[in-house]
Design a protein around this ligand. Structure first.
Ligand code: UDP
Ligand code: MG
Length: 314
């Protein structure tokens, strides 16, 4: 049995040595054959230098170094495309995905009841309250409006069988939202909860706005409900406007009111203009995604690696 460990790394020079030694210790104790696939996602620090060193010392190490920063989703995809293992696991380089859980996860897959073991954090300790609040609201919203189940607190730390990895590689959309892709492809998944761990060194790459945009992307990629909200909102407003017109005509015929209330008219015009722009914006988001998708640009470009037979552009 071969285990592939995919590790996306972006500016992780401080955390990588910790991760490598701890993960290696655990994997050796399991006693299966293994390979590391470190994906250097255009780091600006010494990450690539460390990876070259690790690859020199250790035959189990493969590194794929991107030509620029393509994002964690692209890094994971590059890993999936180049993993050879029967079991494949994705892990962060910062030890927030504890390697100590691996033996348990492998044991669960060995029993053949499940095709994948996914992890979720039971709590969000160590995270700012505003961020947690937005995260919780995001999961509530997306699960209400999307058919795909997206689990709150789910991490990308997941052990999968070959069949599942092949399915993920086939999902070649450009706008990738892994939490949704994992849910969409199905398979029997065991959920393992653990306490949130703080990163061992370095700092998070996700600013609040980056996360916010990622959340919006997730919604647009896995739900068409915002589009129907726009059209149903339009239908409703037309109906209301129709009723109001009838009411005004009748009032004019019975009471002969002089014209009054231009202020409220202006307010209504601006309000409706705002709603129209908002709906156009929603449509624009989908059109933009379609535009990017139809270009069929590669997800990633690998500029350097230590292995042959690597898919360099995909
Ligand atoms: N990462 C990456 N490309 C990016 C951002 C992050 O490959 O553009 C990697 C990063 O090196 C780490 C993992 O994704 O291994 C998770 O990132 P981070 O720990 O910053 O996110 P958090 O745990 O705070 O959500
Ligand atoms: Mg982290």
């Amino acid at each position: 049995m071969l285990l592939s460990i995919i590790v996306p790394c972006y500016n992780e020079q401080d955390a990588l040595p910790f991760f490598y030694s701890e993960a290696t210790r655990i994997v050796r104790s399991i006693g299966c054959d293994y390979e590391y696939i470190f994906v250097n996602d255009g780091s600006k620090d010494g990450t690539l230098y460390i990876l070259r060193q690790l690859a020199d010392q250790d035959k189990h190490v493969t590194y794929l170094s991107f030509s620029r920063n393509f994002g964690k989703e692209a890094a994971m995809y590059a890993g999936f495309c180049n993993a050879n293992g029967d079991y494949v696991v994705v892990m962060d380089a910062d030890m927030q995905d504890p390697p100590a859980l691996l033996p348990r996860m492998i044991e669960l897959l060995d029993h053949k009841e499940y095709d994948s073991v996914a992890t979720r954090r039971a709590t969000r300790t160590g995270e700012s309250p505003i961020r947690s609040w937005f995260a919780r609201k995001f999961y509530q919203l997306i699960n209400r409006i999307s058919d795909t189940e997206i689990v709150d607190g789910a991490r990308d730390f997941r052990l999968m069988k070959r069949e599942m990895v092949d399915a993920i590689v086939e999902m070649s959309e450009y706008n990738r939202f892994s939490k949704g892709i994992f849910g969409w492809i199905g398979f029997r998944t065991y959920w393992l909860s653990y306490e949130n761990v703080e990163r061992v060194a370095g700092k998070t790459k996700w600013s609040f706005w980056k996360l916010f945009r990622y959340a919006i992307d997730g919604i647009i990629n896995f739900s068409q409900v915002p589009l129907s909200v726009a059209s149903w909102g339009g239908v409703l407003m037309t109906f209301v406007a129709f009723l109001l017109t009838i009411a005004i005509v009748i009032r004019r015929l019975i009471f002969g009111d002089p014209v009054a209330g231009w202020a409220s008219t202006i307010c209504i015009i601006i309000f409706i203009g705002g709603i129209q722009l908002f709906c156009l914006g929603i449509m624009g988001q989908y059109v933009a995604k379609t535009y990017i998708e139809t270009k069929h640009r590669p997800h990633f470009i690998i500029a350097e690696t230590n292995k042959r037979n690597v898919r360099k552009i995909q």
